[in-house]
Ligand binder design. Structure first.
Ligand code: TGC
Ligand code: FAD
Length: 392
């Protein structure tokens, strides 16, 4: 593969000055791992519709699972900027790699840490942090995607246990999960979170095949037919839709950083290629039309870096609002997908082959712009926040 691993990563506004030595160290070690483990193998994995072998164990080894979960539960006890930088480096490799880490960290470990009992934390978090266990997050259903409040999956109280029935769709890592954090309506109509284990009778996870996007990530369904859920598997500390939506705040924040990595990989590839590719006797980088594209890429990447960094500071201070997170997720994913599409054009025909990473990033970002709240849903969240009118 003709990717350019050692070119300099853009930092046009010297944002490194805003980072601590620890931040830079964490970013560098994640970057080194991505260049050794992801870059050389990812094209083949994506072409063959396979995830990278032992990915979760590898991510556990580099501390990318639950980076901000306290060390006593197996996490790394890092701050939110560190989490963001890890997501950026992982997605520079591939969105599927970032997805694996962000689902496990923000959508599985976070709710267990935030809403779980002490027993649940001790039982699940260390094994999830090490990558020994793989987790999935079940919110979306076949009939309810953007509107999870209308979910049909439900719990029936049977005294000693609950009976879980229903189905979740489009679930990252469903086919390979050991546990799933699943959101279902109890008989009082309130949404509850339950931890479903692979061995529970009536629980199946059929795979979704033939995706053209996120091909190095497994996606599937979670199907529940009279699954007996012991009462100790219910997350005790949250009721209502704010439970799953709080998890999304954490994952969406991570995505706002992650997609900067995908954009950087496309930008660096297009810049290098444009300097080497000669047409009409000169490098195509010498033509104004190509320079306009490259200059705008760097401008947009720099703006996105500032947005995510500031959001990280607000998150560290406990001040980031869900609407601020929506703005960053929406803006940065659109920035990245636009750069991927335009970079592909700079490479001409070479832009469509797996020798370069651009087409893979562009295809992946079609999922990223849809999951964790679509581009339009995030606009409506901002609209609601600034006008006070709900347009859903
Ligand atoms: P609404 O009435 O507005 O709110 C219901 C309750 O939730 C609270 N709330 C939030 N709490 C925390 N964080 C947030 N972001 C919150 N947003 C709302 C709200 O205050 C209220 O609380 P309470 O106490 O009053 O009950 O709810 P709604 O039904 O009108 O819907 C709101 C809407 C549309 C914004 C929301 O449902 C939404 O975000 N929809 C998009 C769905 C989505 O993002 N799904 C993602 C599924 S997971 C996924 O895609 C993983 S991809 C994995 C990978 O990376 O591979
Ligand atoms: P819909 O909600 O049907 O939306 C279709 C279109 O209608 C969109 O353009 C949307 O913006 C628009 N729309 C919807 N409502 C409105 C409105 N009120 N006003 C204007 N326009 C509107 N989910 C999980 O729970 N866990 C996971 O791990 C997970 N992983 C995923 C992995 C992949 C690869 C993909 C593709 C999805 C994943 N999802 C997951 C699901 C994802 O969150 C949903 O696809 C997403 O929330 C959108 O739901 P939907 O696909 O049902 O689209």
């Amino acid at each position: 593969m003709a990717y350019y691993p050692h070119q300099s990563i853009p930092d046009y506004y010297l944002l490194d000055d805003l980072l601590t030595d620890e931040h830079r160290l964490i970013r560098q070690s994640t970057r080194d791992w991505v260049e050794q483990f992801v870059m050389p193998n990812i094209d083949q994995a994506a072409q063959q519709h396979q995830d990278l072998p032992s990915l979760m164990k590898e991510l556990g080894n580099i501390g990318a699972l639950g980076p901000y979960i306290p060390e006593k539960y197996g996490g790394a006890g890092l701050d939110q900027i560190s989490y963001g930088l890890i997501m950026q480096e992982l997605e520079r490799g591939d969105s599927a790699v970032r997805s694996a880490a962000s689902v496990q960290s923000s959508l599985v470990m976070y709710p267990i840490f935030e809403f779980g009992s002490e027993e649940q934390k001790q039982k699940y978090l260390p094994k999830l942090a090490s990558g020994d266990w793989i987790g999935a997050f079940g919110l979306t259903e076949p009939n309810h995607g953007s509107d999870p409040g209308s979910m049909e999956t439900h719990l029936q109280d049977k005294g000693d246990y609950y009976l879980l029935n229903g189905a979740k769709m489009w679930i990252t890592n469903a086919p390979i999960c050991d546990i799933a954090v699943v959101w279902a309506k109890a008989e009082d109509g309130k949404v509850r979170g339950v931890i479903v284990e692979r061995a529970m009778e009536g629980f199946t996870t059929p795979e979704t095949h033939n995706k053209w996007s996120l091909r190095a990530s497994k996606t599937g369904e979670l199907v529940f037919r009279d699954v007996k859920i012991p009462k100790e598997n219910v997350l005790p500390k949250v009721k209502g839709l704010k439970g799953p939506l709080s998890c999304l705040n954490s994952a969406r924040y991570g995505i706002s950083w992650g997609v900067i990595g995908a954009a950087i990989d496309c930008y660096c590839t297009a810049l290098q290629y444009s300097k080497e590719r000669i047409q009409f006797g000169k490098p195509i980088a010498s033509y104004q039309l190509q320079q306009k594209k490259l200059a705008e890429f760097l401008t947009e990447i720099t703006k996105a870096q500032l947005l995510s960094w500031r959001l990280g500071v607000l998150k560290n201070e406990g001040k980031a609002s869900p609407a601020q997170i929506s703005m960053a997720k929406r803006n940065n994913v659109k920035m990245a997908i636009d750069i991927a599409r335009e970079s592909r054009q700079i490479l001409g025909g070479m832009g469509i082959v797996g020798d370069f990473p651009i087409m893979r990033h562009a295809a992946n970002l079609e999922s990223v712009i849809t999951y964790e709240g679509t581009h339009d849903v995030h606009l409506l969240i901002t609209g609601n926040d600034i006008t006070g009118f709900n347009a859903f």
